[in-house]
Ligand binder design. Sequence first.
Ligand SMILES: Cc1cc2nc3c(=O)[nH]c(=O)nc-3n(C[C@H](O)[C@H](O)[C@H](O)COP(=O)(O)O)c2cc1C
Length: 304
Amino acid sequence: MTRLAVNIGGIKMANPVTTASGTFGFGPEYAPFIDLRRLGAIVVKGTTLEPRLGNPPPRIVETPAGILNSVGLQNPGVDAFIAQSLPYLRGIGVPVIVNIAGNTVEDYVEVARRLDRAEGVAGLEVNISCPNVKMGGLAFGTDPKMAAEVIGGVRAATRLPIIAKLSPNVTDIVKIARAVADAGADALSLINTLLGMAIDIRRRKPILANVMGGLSGPAIRPVAVRMVWQVAQAVPLPIIGMGGIMNAADALEFILAGASAVAVGTGNFVNPRATMDVIAGIEAYCQEFGVEDINDLVGAAWKK
Ligand SMILES: Cc1cc2nc3c(=O)[nH]c(=O)nc-3n(C[C@H](O)[C@H](O)[C@H](O)COP(=O)(O)O)c2cc1C
């Protein structure tokens, strides 16, 4: 039997497979399809200080190898999450990682403070690829100084493990990864969606009401694998790799590139059992190749 347990910055997962934020709701949505207790962890939808309705429709466009979404941060707000969703999630018995977002550093800090006091949160995944309203629409995650400011603020507000979720919409992802590591992140998630758009040629207008959206799915996998490869070699923090993972072979690419865990996102929409298939496929691969501990595979494509 292969040892599948991994440790992501202090979060102990029984296996390396989790869910990508925003594609798995708050948990119960997938209970009819899979045994939630078999997941290594559950990462829930982005949570903000105040409830949000998200962006106006249309918010999803299908593309040849993935989707473009501009759902926005639709969520009931952190207090409603703690009151209504957390008790159910806690009952599942796997680590619950809460993805948090905000318009300002203060927003992030306050959400982190409230979750720090809540029972049953294993860690915070800090989404630093949202527009910063105070700074006139810049993204936190594309500027190393601002990324560090958010992570540093959250660090001071919580004892929970902090996973910084990085944006791929940058020239040098290693720079951002170093900045958040120095600011106190315990782990990294990469990648978030790539900025894209689609145009309706008959209406001669962008399809998404928000004009631009985030591209996810198999189309972005080579970019994501490359970024995991670069960051894993430069920054000594565990990585949750994601971007177009549809099956175990895809997940193994990320692990070999240097990810200690993986998240399935868009793959859940195509196959609601994708997470279970990925776990079973990783187990089968380890048996076939005599891998005793999954951690031995992390970064094996570049480690001597
Ligand atoms: C519909 C949708 C909603 C998402 N919402 C969030 C979110 O709230 N917070 C976040 O950090 N990432 C969010 N993401 C990004 C995913 O968590 C993931 O990083 C990205 O989709 C790449 O993985 P994938 O190709 O497996 O989907 C969302 C993605 C999709 C498709």
